[in-house]
Design a protein around this ligand. Structure first.
Ligand code: IVH
Length: 722
């Protein structure tokens, strides 16, 4: 390929990749799979390495984040970024509408009903995105409204921000306004990781988004799955828009993510209804909203209304019930989880926050409580946002509060007089002395027979993502345990109808909730006719024996082994016996499994009690072998390949397809289980690993020979796939 051809191919790839990013991130409707996307991406990357000047600012290869910055430079916004006045309730909303109509009437623009747009008020970080001739040029934070910080490098890593506008005739300049945020699920994951790493947790998703966007190392920003909702066109040249509704339409067409729930309505009554509907939906959203923003639709009317100080008169934020409140922390109690970890939680004076009454909240761990200096008896700030589990932000040590007897006292003095809290020395469930391993934040109960741990591990075993045994919930587990019917998960498979309900001396004896009906048999004797609930539960237990091995492995509740990890383990070790034989070192070679997980698995399976449980499960007929999915049979059946570097003719996905069609398997990392490493140009560390392990290294021609596809490689390098 000569340079001119490379340039045109690179342009084509940029457009294709950016289109697929839009389909994936903005429309949530991908047309190709990850492997195909990666192949396009790699092709572009290669071209850009060869011809660095082809790496234009709109190249998707910028999305992975560039070199760290020294600091952020300042940018003056093309048009000030205003803030919003608040309406705290419906009365204030109605008053705002009346004022609008009065002011417009005075200018001869009066109307019975004004047309408004109602949007969610995203609780994230305001940003401005400037596009010059259709290309993303500058991304900035709001700053003081006039001048913000240049965070272009970080914003380029946000997949839903277009690097080039999708419209045919892009305006010379357009500034788009929006809000970046971290989706709640990602926020929770991020905090789990931070706590596990001994870092302070982010207080809320907003802070985590702000922290991420102000990262000096764009690669770190790229690792945080930030997203954006765009809600306005700021400064523009060459755009002719009449109202906000058409501005939003233009944004959508240009490739921006605009919230699909935004509505345009006539009259303030419908505004109030739309705002209430947003408040009701709040808990279901994957992002935080703290209100609804109402905007006058027509730009001519917006101009006529103008602004006071920094707030436009034509828009208002209708605030929802606050998502933080102050309340009294009565005590700190401790839960024992299935792996023995003691987790403190707050017992609070019930308080209405974020739309629900909260009386318990998480406190993460002892260090976090110390760092925030939270003491039982304090007044604390409780936060609940979206579907996030309520949490205690910290103590309030200013102002006054009532003591138990109705006297006022200073919160500061009160706080100072309260004793600090520390983790109990013994397990609240079984009394065993607790341990805290060096370097770990978690305190645990070391007793494997601790009833709390047993109950929690059985709850996990029967739960939806695990063995999914319908009819056995938390309460039933506790009940069966209390009755001495189940000690561990294997005991579930020894349960019989009699354990739930039976006839004794002519009377029905049943566990609470499991009663049955009797009838007279042929000989006139009383018998149990029906025991519906017990039979259902027993059938569900029986059915669970058919769950795939990966689910069983996950259900065992091994530390660090979630559903994805279990699947990865099973792909390499498709039976319990194979797993039992593997050492920690072998396990650590499985893609996606690190030394910590590997150690946890071998430790769990090395434990005598756990082995016993596993054997009981096997005896009961629970599946401990993965039925391999119907795989093509061929010359490569049973062989595992790893691909590295660029092959002369085949793309990565073509090579993978060839191998799989011939019955082989492609894995992402080299281990002793690898049969062949297929190496192309610029191979990575996988090649070194292969030679250190003595794994055979082959090239494309040899691969084609092995797959039996050699005859199909045509002269011009084109290949017809089987
Ligand atoms: S419009 C002139 N629309 O709220 C109008 N703002 O208090 C100014 N915000 O700094 C902004 N969602 O960060 C607008 N749908 C939305 C919004 C929104 C969130 C934030 C934005 C702004 C703040 C104003």
């Amino acid at each position: 390929m000569n340079e001119a051809e490379a340039a045109s191919r690179a342009a084509e790839l940029r457009e294709t990749i950016n289109r697929h990013a839009h389909l994936y991130y903005v429309l949530d409707a991908p047309e190709i799979d990850d492997a195909a996307y990666d192949a396009l991406y790699r092709e572009l990357q290669t071209l850009e390495e060869q011809y660095p000047h082809l790496r234009t600012p709109d190249s998707p290869t910028h999305r992975v984040g560039g070199a760290p910055l020294e600091g952020f430079t300042q940018v003056r916004h093309l048009e000030p970024m205003l803030s919003l006045a608040n309406a705290r309730n419906e009365e204030e909303l109605l008053a705002w509408d009346q004022r609008n109509r009065r002011l417009l009437e005075a200018r001869g623009l009066g109307d019975e009903r004004l047309r408004y747009v109602v949007e969610p008020k995203i609780d994230g970080l305001a940003i401005s995105l400037t596009y010059r001739d259709g290309v993303f040029a500058v991304g900035a934070t709001r700053g003081n409204g006039e001048v913000g910080e240049d965070v272009t490098a970080n914003l380029r890593t946000v997949g839903s921000i277009p690097l080039r506008l999708l419209t045919g005739d892009a305006p010379p300049v357009v500034e788009v306004r929006g809000e970046v945020y971290l989706p709640l699920a990602a926020f929770r994951r991020l905090n789990e990781q931070r706590i596990a790493a001994g870092l302070p947790a982010f207080v809320n998703p907003r802070n985590s988004a702000a922290g991420s966007i102000r990262q000096l190392d764009p690669r770190l920003a790229a690792a945080r799955p930030l997203d954006v909702w765009c809600y306005a066109v700021g400064y523009s040249e060459g755009l002719d828009l009449r109202d906000h509704t058409s501005a939003l339409e233009w944004l959508r067409a240009a490739g921006f993510k605009v919230n699909p729930g935004i509505v345009t309505v006539n009259g303030i009554e419908d505004v109030a209804a739309a705002a209430r509907s947003w408040e009701e939906r709040r808990a279901e959203l994957d992002y935080d909203i703290d209100g609804a923003v109402v905007k006058v639709d027509a730009f001519a009317l917006q101009r006529a209304l103008g602004s006071v100080a920094h707030d436009p008169r034509w828009a208002i934020a209708f605030k929802f019930a606050p998502s933080t409140m102050t309340t009294r922390l009565h005590s700190i109690e401790v839960n024992v989880g299935r792996t023995g970890v003691l987790t403190p939680f707050a017992v609070l004076e019930p308080v209405f926050v974020g739309g629900v009454t909260v009386e318990r909240a998480t406190l993460h761990n002892e260090d976090d409580i110390r760092r925030k200096d939270i003491r039982p008896g304090d007044d604390v700030i409780v936060q609940r946002a979206g579907d996030v589990i309520p949490q205690v932000v910290g103590p309030v040590t200013t102002g006054e509060a009532e003591d138990g007897e109705g006297r006022r006292e200073s919160r500061e003095a009160r706080h100072a007089a309260l004793p600090e809290w520390s983790m109990p020395r013994s397990c609240p469930a079984c009394g065993s002395e607790t341990v805290r391993e060096t370097g770990e934040v978690a305190v645990r109960c070391p007793n494997r027979s601790c009833p709390a741990q047993l109950i929690e591990s059985i709850k996990h075993f029967v739960s939806k993502g695990a063995m999914d045994i319908e009819g056995i919930g938390d309460e039933t587990v506790a009940l069966l345990h209390e009755q001495g019917l189940i000690e561990n998960v294997a005991d579930l498979y020894g349960l019989e109808r009699d354990h739930f309900v039976r006839l004794e001396a002519g009377r029905v004896v049943a566990l609470p909730g499991f009663g049955g009906k009797t009838r007279r048999g042929d000989g006139g004797e009383l018998e149990l006719a029906e025991a519906k609930r017990a039979d259902k539960v027993l059938a569900a237990i029986e059915q669970s024996k058919q769950r795939p091995f990966a689910r069983v492995l996950f259900a065992l509740g091994i530390r660090h082994v979630g559903g994805v990890t279990a699947q990865a383990l099973v792909e390499r070790y498709p039976s319990m016996d194979a797993l039992l034989e593997a050492g920690a070192e072998d396990l650590a070679e499985v893609p996606g499994i690190g030394p910590v997980v590997a150690e946890a698995v071998t430790q769990f399976l090395g434990d005598e009690h756990n082995r016993e449980t596993v054997e009981k499960l096997r005896a009961a007929g629970v599946r401990l072998v993965e039925e391999s999915p119907a795989r093509a049979e061929g010359p490569l059946t049973g062989s595992t390949f790893v691909l590295t570097g660029r092959l002369p003719n085949l793309t990565r996905s073509q090579a993978q397809e060839l191998i799989e069609a011939a019955g082989g398997k492609v894995s992402s990392s080299v281990s002793r289980a690898t049969d062949y490493v297929v190496a192309g140009e610029d191979p990575g560390s996988k090649l070194d690993k292969a030679s250190s392990l003595g794994v055979a290294v082959i090239d494309e021609v040899e691969l084609l020979e092995l797959t039996g596809g050699e005859g199909e490689a045509q002269q011009d390098g084109q290949l017809s796939l089987p």
